[in-house]
Design a protein around this ligand. Structure first.
Ligand code: HEC
Length: 264
């Protein structure tokens, strides 16, 4: 018994030695051949099946990197930025060209650099203070525009209290579910955060109000809502000045419109 064990120990040593030697002899070869990058199987990247490609060489739309979104966390680019873009980052206000008071609200980086965000601390965060200031000369957005909704203000507050991070997630990690889309649960909050800043008030952009079910359904039933967010020819691409909404969001809105744009 003892003998067999010793024999196996011996075998392991030989094996380990062979592996070590083997890897030594290969090292220089890898260093000397800087041709096309290869994966460990030695295939040139071009001929690799897509699912074995190193992540950073994959075409963007085949990357499956992001975690599903956590309902309790605030994701800056998906939730906070659309509110800032549609309510604050205009010409004459807080776009990069105007930079009123030095504040630019166009991206995570510009917000962190210019808007006095103090992570975890609302009282020291100027960007929050101005949203709730009782002095109407200080409050943002300024008169005659009304304040942000309490939902929007709470969302920005929660983002700061969670550390004002730039978290990312995939809202469609479980697939894109386009059935049973409701106006109150999906369409209206989306329009409030992405569109209402421009499409409300006494002089709404393009003369179009998007402030309640009837005004939104009117654009939906006329075909212009879908055409504008789907960037179709002959229509102004919306949301103006921002990236196109993601495909799944557009599909969800289309499915709601196809159901007759109900007030559900
Ligand atoms: C930053 C301001 C801004 C935001 C945000 C914005 N819009 Fe607009 N929108 C405009 C302006 C300005 C026009 C008029 C453009 C023109 O006629 O030149 C317009 C026009 C439109 C039109 C008419 C398009 C056409 O060609 O007939 C629709 C529909 C529309 N917007 C929907 C939306 C929706 C839906 C969103 C949100 C997803 C949105 N907008 C976000 C500024 C904005």
């Amino acid at each position: 018994m003892q003998k067999t064990t010793n024999f196996f120990v011996f075998l392991w040593c030989v094996l380990a030695a062979v592996i070590l030697l083997d890897s030594c002899t290969h090292d220089p070869i890898f260093e000397e051949i800087p041709v096309t990058p290869v994966d460990t199987s030695g295939q040139p990247i071009d001929s690799m099946p897509i699912d074995t490609m190193p992540v950073d060489t994959m075409p963007v739309d085949t990357m499956i990197l992001l975690e599903p979104c956590e309902p309790d966390l605030i994701y800056f680019n998906q939730q906070v930025l659309p509110i800032l873009l549609s309510n604050c980052a205009f010409s004459g206000c807080h776009d990069a060209a105007s930079a009123e008071d030095g504040v630019i609200l166009e991206s995570y980086e510009s917000v962190i650099e210019t808007a006095d965000v103090e992570p975890f601390n609302l009282n020291d965060s100027e960007i929050y203070e101005v949203l709730v200031d009782n002095d109407l000369d200080e409050r943002m957005p300024p008169e005659p525009t009304g304040p942000l909704s309490s939902t929007q203000i709470n969302l920005i507050a929660t983002w700061i209290l969670q550390g004002a991070e730039d978290l990312e997630c995939d809202p469609n990690a479980a697939g894109c579910e386009t059935d049973g889309i409701s106006f109150s649960g999906f369409v209206f909050p989306l329009i409030q955060n992405n569109c209402e800043g421009c499409h409300s008030g006494n002089t709404p952009a393009g003369g179009i109000n998007l402030i309640n079910h009837s005004t939104i359904a009117a654009q939906a039933n006329a075909g212009s809502l879908y055409a504008a967010i789907n960037h179709e020819e002959g229509f102004e691409p919306m949301p103006q000045g921002s990236d196109k909404l993601d495909e799944c969001t557009i599909e969800k809105i289309k499915s709601w419109i196809d159901e007759g744009a109900p007030n559900n």
